[in-house]
Design a protein around this ligand. Structure first.
Ligand SMILES: NC(=O)c1ccc[n+]([C@@H]2O[C@H](COP(=O)([O-])OP(=O)(O)OC[C@H]3O[C@@H](n4cnc5c(N)ncnc54)[C@H](O)[C@@H]3O)[C@@H](O)[C@H]2O)c1
Length: 364
């Protein structure tokens, strides 16, 4: 195994570590056995279980009884009925209070696994092995678990922190470029709100990044992913329940969520927040908080990753009425803006003219 980096997530009363490195999945057996669990419910997609057998091998090798809980791919499977089926299976397998749930997959899997753990027997421990860049940087850390409802994404869920996270960077090699891009949009967000070294590293990759090669190159994504996780860990440790600071993680997300919905999810989350970040940067500049060079840098970095920095006006027009319906926004329309790199501020008094001008700047 190559170098492993450990990041502590210091959520008060629920501290845990994220291990990051090629091959770290192999560690889950000992970690799971050390909890005293005898059975482990492994939530994953069948094709990921096949592609990454290390988790099952490590768990079984540590003498644990593994119950495989397979779910379909895609958002539709992150559902109430999937979790209901898993809970029945956990009960049939006579899992106890001390047993464990493990999620192996992207954010769809880890959100579902975490919610299964949070609800079985009123809460059992869980661990996650994220296999996407987005899953590692965003979904696996912070304890938000849940499922989608017919009315919208992530409308049911709980805060339920994992006991450990294993980010095996070797799993990124098989990710399609679109998934790498989606995760890197969140990494760029972490760069702007808290850690500009991420921006420098992404800039060092050039202006037309070959994402397939990047993902397949051992260790190439490790530093950016590690830094992104460190940003998320630091924020959620200070504000687990999104009562204040955690909202900065929504940089680019107010317009981004509205665009995703308005476009019927033809834009991925990463693509939508890419446009959302440029929009937020434009608003920051229009209010005199951010210099033009920083706005241009948003465009350069995101476009270099193949992410959109503008969308057709019709899509924006469809998104605007949804801005106020973003469940993460409070009653007033609130934006995360920037006063500079690593200087995010929450602003709820943006006037309509500024919003219009910023929309025009991200319209094709
Ligand atoms: N809990 C949180 O704080 C949080 C934060 C951000 C996002 N999310 C959730 O995460 C979900 C999105 O996660 P995602 O972007 O990881 O999508 P995803 O889980 O749907 O994974 C994307 C695709 O990649 C495949 N895949 C996963 N790992 C792979 C690998 N290593 N190689 C090849 N293919 C692989 C999956 O099977 C899937 O088809 C959304 O449901 C979102 O709501 C949660």
């Amino acid at each position: 195994m190559s170098d492993v980096c450990n990041i502590g997530v210091a959520v008060p009363g629920h501290e845990y570590e994220v291990a990051i490195g090629a091959g770290v999945t192999g560690r889950i057996g000992a970690a799971a056995a050390a909890t005293g669990a005898r059975r482990v419910a492994l939530v994953t997609h069948p094709q990921l279980a096949q592609r990454f057998p290390a988790a099952v091998e490590a768990l079984a090798g540590a003498g644990l009884d593994v119950i495989e809980l397979f779910m379909d791919e895609g958002e539709r499977a992150k559902s109430w009925s999937t979790v209901g089926g898993f809970l029945e299976r956990c009960a049939q397998a006579e899992m106890h209070r001390d047993d464990l749930v493990v999620g192996l997959g992207g954010g769809v899997v880890t959100d579902t696994a975490g919610f299964t753990a949070a609800t079985f027997l009123r809460g059992v421990r869980w661990m996650s092995c994220p296999t996407t860049v987005l899953g590692a940087i965003d979904a696996a850390v912070g304890g938000k678990t849940g499922v989608n409802l017919t009315a919208g994404k992530n409308l049911a869920g709980t805060f339920w922190q994992p006991s450990a996270v294993f980010v095996d960077t070797s799993t990124f090699a098989s990710l399609p470029p679109r998934e790498v891009r989606a995760g890197l949009a969140e990494a760029v967000k972490c760069g702007w709100i808290a850690d500009p070294a991420i921006l420098d590293e992404v800039a060092s990759w050039g202006t037309a990044v070959d994402l397939a090669t990047l993902a397949a190159t051992e260790g190439a994504l490790t530093s950016v992913v590690t830094r992104g996780i460190a940003v998320k860990a630091a924020v959620v440790a200070r504000d687990e329940r999104e009562s204040g600071l955690r909202a900065i993680l929504n940089y680019g997300h107010t317009l981004g969520h509205a665009l995703e919905t308005a476009c019927g999810y033809t834009l991925s989350h990463g693509e939508a927040i890419s446009v959302g970040m440029v929009f937020a940067a434009e608003m920051s500049a229009l209010r005199g908080m951010l210099d033009r060079a920083a706005v241009d840098r948003h465009r350069d970095l995101l476009a270099g990753l193949g992410l959109p920095v503008a969308v057709p006006r019709a899509d924006l027009d469809a998104a605007v009425p949804l801005l106020r319906r973003d469940k993460k926004a409070s009653d007033d329309l609130r934006f995360v803006l920037l006063e500079g790199p690593a200087r995010p501020v929450l602003v709820d008094d943006v006037d309509a003219a500024t919003i219009d001008a910023a929309l025009a700047a991200v319209s094709t």
